[in-house]
Design a protein around this ligand. Structure first.
Ligand SMILES: Nc1ncnc2c1ncn2[C@@H]1O[C@H](COP(=O)(O)OP(=O)(O)OP(=O)(O)O)[C@@H](O)[C@H]1O
Ligand SMILES: [Mg+2]
Length: 258
């Protein structure tokens, strides 16, 4: 990670629901412009961690420092946090009764004048960036899953968040749409933006990640630069997980091959 102050620092984040310990002592730093991919078995707490970052869930203890400011402090409003930290959900969550353009403009309209200036131009530029310039007046049910996913991404980007969270962005997509999404992640719209991506799609992870974080049982148990995570130098637990997730990928390369 670069020497500059992290955009996001999680410090000892814990969450228990009932008697179930869901997050335990999660600590993580995210550098400006970095893409961190979170991998881990089902139920390991990945979505819960993302929901805590966006204040959809309140962690019990720990700190979420965003540019040094603790988002867990009582006076910090969730609305304000969600303007800085955008989230794209697995099932898109588009408003079915609004066309694509109106879906993109809803948040700027409710956020007030400062966000509305140029919002229409921004929205149309983003639709062009995700390859959907001709779909502005379509309704979500008229679009494929991949197109809806790209609308959801454009809708989050229109608020110009400083950090984007993606929860399983490829899970509902066919291979062609996944390829289109990969291209989008490599495009000007998303390159250089700080982001966290949760995925079970290891091939996708290997193409977009700067760093891999591995969760298990609510804990962050391994962390590595992408080149190392997919090499023989990865931690034994991460290698076991990746080998299981990619049974046909063969042996790991040495890090110098990457
Ligand atoms: N509201 C809740 N009440 C009780 N338990 C919950 C709640 N939300 C999540 N959990 C539990 O917390 C654990 C972590 O769930 P989470 O959805 O974060 O896992 P995940 O890593 O995202 O899994 P997947 O890969 O299947 O999406 C699971 O055991 C889940 O059952
Ligand atoms: Mg999940």
């Amino acid at each position: 990670m670069s020497g500059s102050a992290p955009v996001l620092s999680l410090r000892g984040l814990c969450l228990t629901i009932g008697t179930h310990r869901i997050l335990h002592d999660c600590t993580l730093d995210l550098a400006e412009g970095e893409t961190v991919v979170i991998l881990g078995p089902s139920g390991s707490g990945k979505s819960t961690l993302m929901r805590c970052l966006n204040l959809l869930l309140r962690a019990d203890s720990g700190q979420i420092l965003f540019r040094g400011r603790d988002l867990m402090a009582r006076h910090v409003s969730a609305t304000e946090v969600r303007r800085m930290i955008g989230m794209v959900f697995q099932d898109y969550c588009l408003f079915e009764h609004l066309d694509v353009r109106a879906n993109l403009l809803l948040a700027p309209r409710t956020a007030g004048a400062g966000f509305l200036a140029d919002a229409d131009v921004r929205a149309m530029n983003l639709l062009a960036a995700v390859g959907l310039a001709d779909k502005a007046d379509r309704y979500p049910h008229e679009l494929s899953g991949g197109q809806q996913q790209r609308v959801a991404i454009a809708r989050a980007l229109v608020m110009q968040p400083e950090l984007m969270l993606f929860d399983e962005p490829t899970s509902a997509l066919d291979p062609e749409s996944i390829e289109a999404l990969q291209a989008l992640f490599r495009s000007d719209a998303l390159v250089g933006m700080t982001k966290i991506i949760v995925t079970h799609d290891i091939a996708f992870a290997s193409k977009v990640a700067d760093r891999i974080v591995f969760m298990e049982g609510g804990e962050i148990v391994a962390e590595a630069a992408a080149g190392q995570a997919f090499s023989v130098d990865a931690s034994p637990r991460l290698r076991r997980f990746l080998t299981h997730a990619m049974p046909h990928a063969g042996a790991f390369s040495s890090s110098t091959d990457l």
